[in-house]
Design a protein around this ligand. Structure first.
Ligand SMILES: Cc1ncc(COP(=O)(O)O)c(C=O)c1O
Length: 372
């Protein structure tokens, strides 16, 4: 029997050990250490933003982003239904109302044509989320934001190193956010980053990250924040990973192309787009969608893969179908057919940076076998 192919394994073959050892040797293990600042500075430079604020994860980054833009009760935020719960949760926790749009059937990103139809006098922001490796078509979003005076929050958690029309993802939001969970192109195990060009917004995010402590009156608080600090040890790893970002993205593209070659023409299977007219896929994860007329769905396909020693993960479950939001009375009569189709029929196959050519071939073989 062949060995199990995990859905994700990170690649830690740069300066990670040296930098982490430095933390241990010097005793700088909390968020006070020098790597946090270096990681923030280098990341800001790499994604061409003025300010970066390291935080504990990508979900926390979204919470802080929504709060830093003063979004709250009475405000509406337009976002895709097909995303991770962190996006809608940040809006709901801030007391604002999430307004959902369906997905595009080919890119799996938010359907930008639906955004204009959702704008009301209460709309305060559009939260764009780049899904699985292709960016959202940003030009129409930016035009709407300009026309209606809306803020843009850009969730770039999955696409560090990706570009839209040659401009880095992470440069399009009033605030943009990243995640460094272990399956990302830059990982700190757990971690995140907020980037912006607005100094006051960056200062607010720094304050929110650190319990809104006040200089001079440390334990007197005028606002409520969180402890969202990233440790020096995590930042050390992040800095080493960031040094390798270009190689990581190139590697992901090679892996995606290899899957494409092997899976092209597989009956009943929709593959990701290799490119659009504004970007080339970086295959953060390699997703596939089982056609509607195939007798089994994603869950059953994943079980068949598991039996063949191949790991996989389901696609996102849409926000309008989440029991937690239904309980709150949100989205009760909504339907978003493309997102529902993706949720029932889509899943992703092993896509981690440490995946070998042999594992890609083993995975493609197993997938073709179950589709035949
Ligand atoms: C689009 C998107 N946003 C936010 C997050 C949350 O990031 P984290 O897991 O670091 O909290 C993720 C996680 O993968 C994600 O895919």
């Amino acid at each position: 029997m062949t060995e199990f192919v995990p859905v994700n394994e990170p690649l830690l073959d740069g300066n990670e050990r040296d930098y982490v050892s430095e933390c241990l040797n010097t005793g700088w293990i909390s968020s006070e250490g020098p790597f946090v600042k270096q990681f923030e500075e280098q990341l800001a430079k790499k994604v061409e933003r003025n300010f970066a604020v390291a935080v504990s994860n990508g979900s926390a980054a979204l919470d802080a982003a929504v709060t830093a833009l003063n979004i709250g009760p009475g405000d509406e935020v337009i976002l895709p239904t097909f995303t991770i719960i962190s996006c809608a949760a940040a809006v709901v926790r801030a007391g604002a109302t999430p307004v959902l749009v369906d997905s595009d059937a080919l890119t799996w990103n938010m359907d930008v044509n639906q955004v204009a139809t959702k704008i009301t006098p209460r709309t305060k922001a559009i939260m764009v989320v780049h899904i699985y490796g292709l960016p959202v078509d940003m030009d129409p979003i930016l035009r709407l934001a300009e026309e209606y005076g809306l803020r843009v929050i850009e969730d770039a958690a999955e696409v560090i190193g990706q570009k839209y029309k040659g401009r880095p993802c992470g440069t399009f939001g009033d605030i943009s956010t990243f995640s460094f969970y272990s399956n990302k192109h830059v990982t700190t195990g757990e971690g995140g980053m907020i980037v912006t060009d607005d100094e006051a917004v960056a200062a607010k995010c720094r304050s929110l990250r650190n319990l809104c402590f006040q200089a001079g009156k440390r334990f007197v608080h005028a606002d409520l924040g969180w402890n969202l600090r990233l440790s020096n040890v995590q930042a050390a790893m992040g800095l080493a990973q960031l040094e390798r970002l270009d190689q990581h993205v190139a590697r992901k593209r090679r892996m995606g192309s290899r899957y494409m070659e092997l899976l092209k023409g597989t009956p009943g299977l929709q593959l990701p787009l290799t490119q659009t007219d504004y970007a080339e896929n970086i295959y953060w994860v390699y997703g596939v969608v089982v056609h509607e007329d195939v007798v089994f769905d994603a869950r059953q396909a994943m079980e068949m893969l598991e039996k063949r020693n191949i790991g996989s993960r389901p696609f996102f479950w849409p926000m309008h179908k989440q029991p937690v939001f239904r309980k709150m009375g949100l989205f009760t009569s909504e339907s978003h057919p493309i997102a529902e189709h993706l949720a029932h029929r889509g899943f992703y196959i092993p896509s981690g940076l440490a995946l070998s050519d042999a594992q890609i071939e083993q995975t493609a073989e197993a997938l073709k076998e179950i589709m035949s």
